[in-house]
Design a protein around this ligand. Structure first.
Ligand SMILES: [Zn+2]
Length: 339
């Protein structure tokens, strides 16, 4: 059996094969001159293998990923691991403390600030410190997100499928839906991928919550990914039953035509047919009822959660599926019902 070498922890520490370590890593300083530190756990496997990062809460109020990564750090044993996993459950500590999406006071987006710069403005220095120390040294990585406040997402993967290494990583997670695209400039997955660390983002659920069903599903996805990289050979790669690749440009958010109070008829992950009434919108007296219908047969992958709208506010995110996928979707639903 090949033995792993000690892993170098920035700036100058070491961790031996078969060990894990919890550290608080300084990425900036606050107005009092005190350090801003992010929690980092490194699982360094007994056997050699790839190095991967897992990140969450670059948007400070997106919590499902925090719990997913904590599950990995609390339960995965480095004795049974080939390679190294760098776990960063709270990337944006100031936003996490304020329970906001963006950095407090400046409202800047950490997930548009990568790879950062050593001498740039504050948020870019923070991004640089994280990127250089923990992202760039990895062979691949997964960044967890949820929908923005007031909406919810079905679990799906965002990946640039034009790159084979990223495509392999995306498929290994076993998600039903993969949305193909590079991602915005400055986003962690795009910039990491361009720096030769193939990366994907996983979207699941809504902000400010731990959603146990989605968290469990994502943990299965991680088990599948790490099995496909032979880092945890006891686990197996999952096939989700059906799968659809969505081109980023085909995304359709259906918007409200009127203001009012919304009564939803569906959930994220539901398949709807053309003409189905997705929701009704009424005024407080329950008069002036308007209906929002599905413009085509497709899958709802994102949905309003805060049930009040103005004209033009997004209500649901619909993607089309081909006929074969729709059949496989129905088959998987009837299998689930039988259980
Ligand atoms: Zn996010």
């Amino acid at each position: 059996m090949k033995k792993a070498k000690p892993f170098v922890i920035p700036p100058d520490g070491k961790i031996l094969p078969g060990e894990s370590i919890d550290i608080r890593f300084t990425v900036s300083e606050n107005y009092l001159g005190d350090p801003v530190r992010i929690p980092v756990t490194i699982l360094h496997g007994k056997k050699p293998g790839p190095c991967a990062f897992l990140t969450a809460a670059s948007h400070g109020d997106e919590l499902n990923g925090v719990q997913i990564i904590r599950h990995i750090t609390n339960t995965w044993d480095p004795d049974n691991l080939s390679g190294t996993i760098i776990c960063l459950p709270v990337l944006n500590v100031p936003a996490f403390l304020a329970q906001q999406r963006y950095l407090p006071t400046s409202s800047e987006d950490l997930n548009r600030s990568f790879p950062g710069s050593k001498n740039g403005k504050s948020i870019r220095r923070m991004a640089y410190s994280i990127f250089k120390s923990f992202i760039q040294p990895c062979d691949f990585g997964i960044d967890f997100h949820t929908s923005t406040r007031g909406r919810s997402n079905m679990l799906h993967v965002l990946a640039d499928l034009s790159d084979k290494k990223i495509a392999d990583l995306a498929h290994s997670f076993g998600s039903n839906i993969i949305i193909d695209g590079q991602g915005p400039l400055g986003s962690l997955r795009r910039e990491a991928s361009q720096a030769n660390t193939p990366s994907i983002a996983v979207e699941l659920g809504e902000a400010h919550r731990f959603q146990s069903e989605l968290i469990d599903r994502a943990i299965m996805g991680l088990e599948s990914t790490f099995a496909s990289y032979n880092m945890r050979p006891t686990e197996s790669v999952i096939w989700p039953g059906w799968k659809s690749i969505i081109n980023n440009k085909e995304d359709t958010w259906v918007r409200s035509t009127s203001g009012g109070i919304v009564n939803l008829n569906y959930n994220p992950g539901d398949l709807v047919e053309k003409g189905n009434v997705i929701c009704t919108i009424t005024n407080p007296f329950n008069t002036n009822i308007s209906e929002i219908t599905s413009p085509f047969t497709g899958l709802i992958i994102g949905l309003l959660q805060n049930p009040i709208v103005r004209p033009g506010d997004p209500i649901f995110h619909l993607v089309s599926l081909d006929k074969e996928t729709i059949c496989a979707y129905h088959d998987s639903q009837s299998t689930t019902d039988e259980i």
